[in-house]
Design a protein around this ligand. Structure first.
Ligand code: BES
Ligand code: MN
Ligand code: ZN
Length: 489
C-alpha cells in the first residue's frame, strides 16, 4: 500500500535553519511581513528573501506559489522555497499552500519552517494528500518523497490536531491504490483479499462466494459477472464501534473492469474502465478510516465485486433476469451493469441489516459527466435530511456534491414490454433514470442517497488534493458525515 509521507514535528529554532538538508520552505506573507524563519533565511542569504520580494514575479505570484532560491550561500540546503501566503489564510487557502508545496517539493527531505502560521494542520493535510504517487508498477527505483519535517511553534499541538487525519489519509490512499490498480492485478479475488486485510484493524470481513450469492438469489449481480473467469463476490465489512443501534450502510459498485459486456464499449478510452470499482474503493477507504480512528459508530460496508466481460457465457441483450428482491429485469444493454450489481447488494443490505440509512457510491453513468464534468459528484436521494447532511459534510471537506432531481416521469422510462422493468431508460436524463432504477430496490422509509462518482473517482488532470488518476473522492466527506451524524461530534 502507498504510505503517506513520514512527518516529524519539531519546535521552530532559527539556529538550526542553516544546517537543514534537502529543501527548505518558508512562508512569506503577501503583505510582506517576514516570520522568524524567513527573517533568519533572509539574514543568512544576505537579503536573498528581501531581494526576491522586490521582483515583479513575486508581486504577481498567487497565494501558494513557491519561488525557489537554488543552492543558497550560507545554507546547507539545496534550495529555499519562498511560498506566498495570506496573513490570515482560510482553510481552503491553507490547503492550497500545502498542495503547492507538495507539487514543488520534489523528492527527498523537505522541511517546512512555519512558525506563527495558522492552520498548519490543514497545510500538512493537503501536502500529504497531494504528495501521493502510485509507483507500484514503476520498475526503476524512485527516490521517495520526504521525510517531511515540520517546524512550528507548538509541535505537540499540531501533531495532536493531525492525529485523526492520519486515519483519513490512510483511508484515502487505500482507495486511490485500489482505483489506480489495473484490472489484471485487481481481480475480484485480489480485491476481496485486500479487503480481508482490514481484519487486522478490527473490521469483521465476510466474503460471499458465487454459490452463496446464488442461494440468496442475487441473479442480477451474477448475470453481470457470468461472462468473466473471475468469480463474482460480495464482501461485507462491519465496523461495530457504536452501541446496540442498527448500522448505517455504505454500498459500493465494484466492477473491476467494464468492457460493456456483449453491448461492448468502443476501444477508445476503454482502459479507463479499470476505475469502475471506484464506488467499492471509496467504501473500502471509509471502512479503513473508521477502523483506524476507532469511530464510535456502527457502519456496514458492502461491495459487489464483478467483472463485466463478453463471452459465450455472457448475459445477452434481451435476457430477463430475476433480482433478489423478486422483480424481473429485461437487460436491454449489458453496459448498464452497475445498477444490476447495486440492486441486489442494496436489497441484501436492507434485508440483512435493517440499516438506519444507506449511501451507495458508483461510477454509474457517463451522463453524470456530461451534466457535472469532473468537478463534482451527483447526489440522488429520497430523503432531504440525509442529502443535506451529506452536502454539508462534502462542503466542509471541499469535496463537491450536487443534488440531482428524481421523479415519477423518469421512473416511467424503465417500463418493459416483457419484464417488470428494463435496465435502461434511454439516453436522455441517463443519470436520473439510473438512479430511479436503484430507487426501486430501496424500501419505503429507508433514507438513501446514491452518489454517482463517474466524473470524480479518477481524473485526467491534477486537483488541489490529488495528482491525476484516482482521487479518493468521498472518503473524507463520508467519514465526516458519519462523525457528525452518528458520533455527536
Ligand atoms: N461504468 C460506466 C459509466 C462510466 C462512464 C463510468 C464513464 C466512468 C466513466 C457504466 O457502467 C456504463 O457503461 N454506463 C452506461 C449506461 C448506458 C448503457 C445506459 C453509460 O453511461 O453510457
Ligand atoms: Mn457499463
Ligand atoms: Zn460500469
Amino acid at each position: 500500500m502507498t504510505d503517506p509521507v513520514a512527518i516529524t514535528y519539531a519546535p521552530f529554532d532559527a539556529a538550526i535553519l542553516a544546517g537543514v538538508e534537502g529543501r527548505l520552505v518558508v512562508p512569506v506573507e503577501a503583505e510582506g511581513r517576514l516570520n522568524a524563519a524567513a527573517r533568519k533565511v533572509d539574514q543568512l542569504t544576505r537579503k536573498g528573501v528581501t531581494r526576491l520580494m522586490a521582483t515583479k514575479g513575486w508581486e504577481k505570484a498567487k497565494v501558494g506559489e513557491v519561488a525557489w532560491i537554488g543552492f543558497p550561500a550560507g545554507l546547507a540546503c539545496e534550495a529555499v522555497g519562498v511560498v506566498k501566503v495570506p496573513r490570515k489564510p482560510s482553510v481552503a487557502e491553507a490547503r492550497e499552500i500545502g498542495a503547492a508545496i507538495a507539487k514543488a517539493g520534489g523528492t527527498g527531505p523537505l522541511t517546512v519552517a512555519a512558525p506563527g502560521f495558522p492552520l498548519a494542520e490543514e497545510l500538512v493535510m493537503a501536502l500529504t494528500l497531494r504528495a501521493y504517487e502510485f509507483t507500484d508498477h514503476k520498475t526503476a527505483p524512485r527516490e521517495p518523497r520526504g521525510p517531511l519535517s515540520l517546524m512550528v511553534d507548538d509541535p505537540d499541538a499540531v501533531r495532536q490536531r493531525l492525529q485523526p487525519f492520519d486515519a483519513v489519509a490512510s483511508g484515502v490512499f487505500f482507495t486511490r491504490d485500489l482505483v489506480n490498480e489495473p484490472a489484471n492485478v485487481l481481480t475480484t479475488t485480489e480485491f476481496a483479499r485486500r479487503l480481508e486485510g482490514l481484519r487486522d484493524l478490527g473490521v469483521e470481513v465476510e466474503v460471499l462466494e458465487e454459490d452463496e450469492l446464488e442461494r440468496l438469489g442475487m441473479r442480477l449481480l451474477l448475470a453481470v459477472g457470468q461472462g468473466s473467469d473471475s468469480p463474482s463476490k460480495v464482501v461485507v465489512m462491519r465496523w461495530n464501534g457504536g452501541g446496540e443501534e442498527n448500522p448505517f450502510a455504505l454500498v459500493g459498485k465494484g466492477v473491476v473492469f467494464d468492457t460493456g459486456g456483449i453491448s461492448m464499449k468502443p476501444a477508445a478510452g476503454m482502459e479507463d474502465m479499470t476505475m469502475d470499482m471506484g464506488g467499492a474503493g471509496v467504501v473500502a477507504g471509509v471502512m479503513r478510516t473508521l477502523a483506524l480512528r476507532k469511530a464510535r459508530a456502527n457502519v456496514v460496508g458492502l461491495v459487489g465485486l464483478v467483472e463485466n466481460m463478453p463471452s459465450g457465457n455472457a448475459t445477452r441483450p434481451g435476457d430477463v433476469v430475476r433480482s433478489m428482491k423478486g422483480d424481473t429485469v429485461e437487460i436491454i444493454n449489458t453496459d448498464a451493469e452497475g445498477r444490476l450489481v447495486l440492486a441486489d447488494v442494496l436489497w441484501y443490505a436492507q434485508e440483512r441489516f435493517q440499516p438506519t440509512g444507506i449511501i451507495n457510491l458508483a461510477t454509474l453513468t457517463g451522463a453524470i459527466i456530461v451534466a457535472l464534468g469532473h468537478e463534482i459528484a451527483g447526489v440522488f436521494s429520497n430523503d432531504d435530511a440525509l442529502a443535506e447532511a451529506l452536502a454539508a459534510a462534502a462542503r466542509a471537506e471541499g469535496e463537491g456534491a450536487w443534488r440531482m432531481p428524481m421523479g415519477e416521469a423518469y421512473d416511467a422510462k424503465l417500463k418493459s414490454r416483457v419484464a417488470d422493468m428494463m435496465n435502461v431508460g434511454g439516453r436522455d436524463g441517463g443519470s436520473i433514470t439510473a438512479a430511479q432504477f436503484l430507487r426501486r430496490f430501496i424500501k419505503d422509509g429507508t433514507p438513501w442517497c446514491h452518489i454517482d462518482i463517474a466524473g470524480v473517482a479518477s481524473v485526467k488532470s491534477d486537483t488541489t488534493l490529488a495528482p491525476k488518476g484516482a482521487t479518493g473522492w468521498g472518503v473524507m466527506a463520508l467519514n465526516r458525515l458519519i462523525a457528525d451524524r452518528y458520533e455527536g461530534k
